[in-house]
Design a protein around this ligand. Structure first.
Ligand code: NDP
Length: 450
């Protein structure tokens, strides 16, 4: 694949790229079926992605009529890569086996290796015979909603499709590799002002935050809403804060260090809570929660913004859900898409029903929502939040950083891109939007190149 990457960087035309043979194998980050028991008996925090994620040659699968081969220039680490690599809550080979039973094309996915990764930027090399809207040479970003468009349940909101999957997590041939196999309806135009690595990190987290806050299926934030954002400098939170600011809301960011407080202020978030400094003890022990601590948290929010949050942007799960339900305003919305700290949730239902609050679930985004989010990034209304860039062979280390909450924003991974900073085709737009805004998280982490 390297010569394909070099041809792309040298500006090869669409015809030239279409004429290059597709190699029979490519380098990809993968886990192995024969290793799913390697962490049995080990505590979650001790399960080490550096041991389970391998980078090596894997065979190129055949292309289905509705698919594209994409030369991956860059990708990113998502928390689902952490889940896959520590085999929690389940080994992902079960997902691949289930997909294999659906069709002969699905059967390609059930292999003894799982190539992971649910984000990518790159260039289309080939498309199947049924693909109409993209072709070889197109520079693209990939979103991870993988649906069968012949299933009627996929045609209202495709996130409601009975067999909806997340590419690179519940399917094989993911983005942390030199080559990806995706459905044509996962492709979106790459914003021309971004580098490969900046373009690679947005689709999964930004589109998830978009659906949770902006799209018609979840909280539907309006101007003036106070939005409490947990993990406000993390992957989801970094985009959530930008969407709240962009939509005229008032974000209250929760983070866990003074450094992250500074970063949020630079991002334009005025109201920030350092949860470590405040030392909230929502759980007094494994069994019981302390309402006086919820109350203290609520008071801290009121002291900052003078009001309770109309919306709580939830994803830590067990550790925070009780507090989230408590602090939401009367008739407010708690929108949740995850449970990093545990999925068996407890909250006091009296605070929910007596104050007519609602909990809404959300999961990734449909193609339309992902496209709208990509458009906001393309127009420079929301920016990538890359804080560090890794090489493909360092993917285990990058996943380790995310597993242990040692990162900010998003960690990008260079796949075919030879170095950082490549891929910008509209430098004038980049200059107009401003290098400072595009590289805020990178500069803050102290890892920006000049
Ligand atoms: P990150 O690790 O980038 O960010 C999560 C943030 O949450 C951290 O920065 C941390 O911030 C905060 N956090 C972690 N643990 C706790 C805790 N116990 N209490 C309070 N805050 C906590 O992850 P992402 O934002 O990318 O993803 C977050 C979760 O959402 C993951 O579980 C992921 O799998 C899931 N997810 C689900 C999606 C979906 O479609 N359903 C899509 C994307 C992600 P700090 O320490 O500064 O407070």
């Amino acid at each position: 694949m390297r010569h394909i990457g070099e041809a792309i960087e040298a500006g090869a035309s669409a015809d030239e790229l279409a004429g290059l043979p597709i190699p029979t194998s490519y380098r990809g980050a993968h886990i192995r079926r024969d290793e799913v028991e390697m962490f049995d008996g080990v505590a979650s925090e001790e399960k080490d992605p550096r041991k389970s994620l391998h980078v090596g040659e894997v065979p190129t699968p055949e292309l289905a009529p509705d698919e594209a081969y994409v030369a991956v220039m860059a990708s990113s680490i998502n928390f689902n890569t952490v889940w896959t690599s520590i085999f929690e809550p389940l080994p992902t080979f079960g997902f691949l086996d289930r997909l294999s039973r659906e069709s002969s094309w699905g059967a390609r996915h059930a292999l003894d290796h799982h190539v992971v990764g649910s984000d990518a930027s790159g260039v289309v090399l080939r498309v199947g015979s049924a693909v109409r809207s993209f072709g070889p040479g197109d520079r693209v970003c990939i979103h991870c909603n993988y649906v069968d468009d012949q299933d009627p349940s996929a045609h209202d909101d495709s996130m409601l499709a009975a067999n909806q999957r997340i590419w690179g997590f519940e399917t094989n041939f993911g983005g942390l590799a030199e080559l990806a196999v995706v459905k044509a309806n996962q492709l979106m135009p790459k914003p021309a002002h971004l580098t490969w690595e900046e373009a690679a990190v947005n689709a999964l987290c930004a589109s998830t935050a978009y659906r949770m806050l902006v799209g018609e299926h979840a909280a539907r934030m309006k101007q003036g809403d106070v939005v409490l954002v947990w993990g406000a400098t993390g992957g989801l939170g970094g985009y959530a804060c930008q969407l709240v600011l962009n939509g005229g809301g008032i974000p209250v960011g929760v983070v866990s260090s003074p450094d992250k407080v500074d970063l949020l202020h630079e991002l334009g978030v005025e109201h920030v809570i350092d949860r470590k400094a405040a030392d909230y003890r929502f759980w007094s022990d494994d069994e019981s929660q302390d309402e006086s601590e919820w109350r203290r948290f609520g008071k801290d929010i009121r002291d900052l913004v003078g009001d309770d949050p109309e919306i709580v942007f939830e994803h830590p799960g067990r550790q925070t859900m009780g507090a989230s339900v408590f602090v939401a305003k009367r008739a407010g919305t708690i929108v949740t898409c995850a449970a990093t700290s545990g999925y068996m949730i407890e909250y006091d239902n009296r605070h929910l029903w007596m104050k007519l609050k609602r909990i809404i679930s959300s999961h990734f985004a449909n193609y339309h929502e992902a496209w709208e989010m990509n458009r906001l990034i393309d127009r420079g209304a929301v920016h990538p939040i890359v804080s560090a860039v890794y090489r493909l062979d360092e993917v285990g280390e990058a996943a380790y950083q995310v597993h242990h909450n040692l990162h900010e924003g998003k960690l990008a991974v260079l796949c075919l891109a030879g170095r950082e900073g490549l891929g910008v085709t509209d430098p004038a737009r980049r200059e107009r939007i401003g290098e400072e805004r595009l590289t805020l998280f990178r500069r803050h982490a102290g890892t920006a190149t000049a």
